[in-house]
Design a binder for this molecule. Sequence first.
Ligand code: PEP
Ligand code: MN
Length: 341
Amino acid sequence: MDIIVVKPEATDEEIRHIIKKLEGLGLAVQVSKGTEVTVLGVIGDTSKITEETDDAFRAIPCVESVMRILKPYKLASREFRKTPTVIKIGETTVGGKRICVIAGPCSVENETMMLETAKQVKKAGASFLRGGAFKPRTSPYSFQGLGEEGLKYLEASRRKTGLPIVTELMDPRDIEVVEKYADVIQIGARNMQNFRLLLEVGQSRKPVLLKRGLSATIKEWLMSAEYIMSRGNHNVIMCERGIRTFETSTRNTLDLSAVPVLKKLTHLPVIVDPSHGVGVLEHIPAMARAAVAAGADGLIIEVHPNPEEALSDGDQSLRPEMFKKLMKELAPVARAVGREI
Ligand code: PEP
Ligand code: MN
């Protein structure tokens, strides 16, 4: 066995009893207490555990199921959960029939531009507002984000528009402040394998948007999702944002094949970031449309009211009119693949 799913009404005493039994077999246990299910991950050499032992565990009244999962990622795998995960965030969902569109500037720069962007993207039909207050910049001399002040501007924008907020967390020391304002916590590409950070957000009750690392394989990326899920947070959104290749015509190479591949391997929602994935303004709409056609559950797109004055990623930020046009173009593509926007 690899996973034991415990019934929601199981008491701590009953769970301790199962753990003791497993420890008696020389195995260790990772308890993942989610909001809907509690899962016991079995750690150690399970190859010698017989079918009979699995059955004995199945006979324990509080045990819902005992599963063998061949993939190294367990909770994230389709073997663990056959149906797609739909994450409910406020009034909206990620992973359902409706394509979610997360839009907003790369960085939160001031209150006026944030409110302006929020109003514009809401009017165009976006379902979430994005904006970084803690920015992972390549140069230490570049704008690093406004920190909590930026989070306050995001909060003000949410109050005005009702749009839930997606914002990045870079350091476990900032989790309290980011959790206080964010509806979804973003883990950036550069931190995809920051395992301490992953474990930290694994203990949060806020959904996590996990970007693919710059040179991470799909398997490594799923293992990072597993880190988060192993701590009880089962609400992870996978975000393809382009990978490093030899190609220089685009900022990154957007790996759209990751969408169908992930859909087969995991039940988690998959979204695409064509802004960082392509990094060339004029090609972003085409890749956004292609992502929806490929089966993505959503998009995250950089929009700035005045890109030439942006403090980061201005060259890849859509103006509000361009975003509005794109939203209109996405509707028939979504319909063609049985979705809505
Ligand atoms: C961002 O979303 O602004 C960002 C920094 O993205 P990534 O981590 O994918 O580079
Ligand atoms: Mn950016």
